[in-house]
Design a protein around this ligand. Sequence first.
Ligand SMILES: [Zn+2]
Length: 455
Amino acid sequence: MELLAPNIQHYHWGDYSFIPELQGRRKGDQPEAELWMGAHPTSPSKTLESNRGLDDIISNNRDASLGPWKEFFGDELPYILKVLAIREPLSIQVHPTAEQAEEGFTSQQSKPEETGFYTSSEGKEEVVCALTETDLKFGFRDQNEIHLIIDAIGSQELHSIWKDFLEETLDQQLSLDHIAPFKEAIANIFEIGPDQIQSITAATLSADMSSTIISEKELKYFADLAQAYPGDPGLLIFLFMNFVTLEVGDFLHISPGETHAYLCGNVVEVTSNSDNVIRCGLTPKDVNAEEYLSIGDIYPWKPRIQKPEDDRHTYTSPTPFTLSRLNIEGEWSTRVYGPEILISTQNAFTIENESGQKLQVGQGQPVWIPFSDHSYTVTGDCLLFRCATKDYGNDVHNRIEDWEPWKKMVDKGILVHPPDFMLTDVPKVFRSREDYEAWVQKNLEHLLPFLKLRD
Ligand SMILES: [Zn+2]
């Protein structure tokens, strides 16, 4: 194990003091948006003592670094752990699945004259856990909320954008049949010009929104964004997305295809080892509405927030990585199943591995733990975030995404979203083909409501 040096991204939306204070440094004159801990080629972490890149350490000894599941991870560290300090809203965005990234990246390489939006062929999963109260936008609001918002704004232009959806859902429960008109409405937002967006924005800001789900706090964000990005289609996307406030310890999984935007707060984030992002608004960077409409899961979807159930909690997500939030008082020991990175957001601690190597670790100081450490003990009173990989056991493994019928459902667009129970109950890896088929049989009835031909 080794301590990692600070690896900071100075994006304009970052806070000036949160990360420096976490790490016990003096704040500088640049914002510090993200503390990166990982081996991604754009910004690999370096070890504090030997100044060696984590990418280099891993590629020189994949067995010792990554352990027996290295191929499952694509022979690389399967995550980037980050602390995000968000002072100003980030763009509205989605991330691609592995299949979409592969396809997008390959096709743009054949057209080098066009602007490319994919930086690699890797998909991107994302999870966040709040360090302080954090506001964000996530997924789309449900039909009743949308009806009330459009009524309250009372703009004819806005009404015509949503016309088909409003008519079809007037007296009906939202169903998968309404996905097409919903998506149509969102597509319309990108078709109208900045003048119409400005007039709808003005109507929103002068309307009485008290009958809607939109709070004063959310309206304030909207007003600020309307000033920063006048005429931006993202303003109307914003209006129809859920407004979420995460309390300290709250956790959210953001699957590929889920529309989201962080607004303000501080979080620990883990993503796949990928920086693929497709933006659809509220940003000075390039947006790609067409690609957004093609890969986004555009229909109402509520966030499922997980709260820590106890002092030492591992959150569940259908990702190869896991995030635990461990309130340690005294001593805590664990086995190691794969590559890990630890960071304490409260207080320093001591860590000792199986072979007796011992490190003093300051608050906010990341520690790299290779698989070859096998086990370790943490001593101290601290709040530790542990990014690790799952214990897949030693048997045959099958990934659910590789299971043919499942793949076909996704390819054909039949499976419109990972069902709810996937977020909690489904082992992403099965120990044997039999286990796997037994699971599918057992869950078939839960699966069926999510299966539906799109056309
Ligand atoms: Zn994201």
